[in-house]
Design a protein. Structure first.
Length: 300
């Protein structure tokens, strides 16, 4: 193990937008995307609702893929792969809540697996479903382009005083996804129903957290892109080794190892070759341990 000086590196956007129904998540995502890149893809899980924004003033041109139920993690991964292969600059998943609580999503899958394999024991069923959900998260984190994901939040109402009058407003609370989802993003912006104002609940960029709530604009996307591009160039070997560390299956691990060793041979990089072998050995052991734990759960 060796410590090195911390350096902020160039990165791709990983932004979460959370809010109640009608808060403007899709509209805000499209505006933000317009500042990040020109080729924009929307993975639409809301029966084509994103297309309703096409042609509106300020909204950029974009392509859509309508993703219908069942909302399994694998279908989201397949859609992200299609976007990556097409080379889009920005991909919007509108939204990721169905992967968790929609028809065929993780919560429903747990019930199905529990009843089919574990006599109704949902705790054991999570041993099967958690790796599938984790693979979806990894697909978002490892996506080659910028990524924006919207999430529905549970809605509560509260009274606020505006212009001397008390009005009832909708307030977005906890995002409807697995606990801790916010840790996966560079920034998470909570969008309020009234005024579509965005407030940062998490912001590693410091572009929103130090400012008063305001509506998202294309300029925010441009400022975000400038911040992302302001880091140092990433060492290509770091991405190759990260793919090994994040491999979700042994097949993925073998493929990632092959890419890393091929690059090491091409560049005659002995360190990369040695690191790839060591990381592959460690990841293989971890995957075998996960498989053993899942088997133990099934026996229980």
């Amino acid at each position: 193990m060796k410590f090195t000086a911390a350096v902020r590196k160039k990165a791709k956007a990983r932004i979460g937008l959370s809010g109640p129904s009608g808060s403007g998540k899709t509209y805000s995502a499209l505006l933000l995307a317009s500042g990040l890149g020109q080729r924009i893809a929307v993975i639409d899980t809301a029966k084509g609702s994103a297309s309703l924004y096409a042609g509106l003033p300020g909204i950029p041109a974009f392509d859509t893929l309508e993703l219908a139920a069942p909302y399994t993690p694998e279908r989201f991964i397949e859609a992200l792969s299609a976007s990556a292969e097409a080379g889009y600059d920005v991909t919007i998943i509108d939204g990721i809540t169905p992967e968790w609580s929609g028809v065929g999503g993780c919560l429903e899958l747990v019930d199905q697996v529990a009843n089919a394999k574990y006599r109704g024991n949902s705790w054991s069923a999570w041993n099967d479903i958690t790796p599938r959900h984790r693979k979806f998260i990894d697909a978002m984190l490892n996506h080659p382009g910028h990524l924006i994901a919207t999430m529905r939040s549970k809605t509560e109402t509260a009274q606020e005083e505006r212009n001397g009058k008390k009005v009832v407003v909708k307030m977005g609370m906890k995002a409807e996804q697995r606990d801790g989802i916010e840790y996966e993003f560079t920034a998470v912006l909570d969008i309020a129903h009234g005024g579509h104002y965005a407030t940062a609940s998490k912001d590693r960029t410091r572009l929103w957290v130090d400012h008063d709530p305001k509506a998202i604009t294309a300029d925010d996307g441009a400022r975000l892109l400038n911040w992302l591009e302001g880091g140092a160039e990433e060492d290509p070997s770091e991405r190759l080794l990260a793919d090994i560390k994040n491999a979700a299956t042994e097949a993925d691990l073998l493929e990632a190892y092959g890419r890393a060793t091929a690059a090491a041979k091409a560049s005659q990089d002995g360190k990369l070759m040695a690191d790839a072998k060591a990381e592959t050995k460690a990841r293989k052991a971890a995957l075998e341990a996960e498989a053993a734990a899942a088997m133990a759960g099934s026996d229980a």
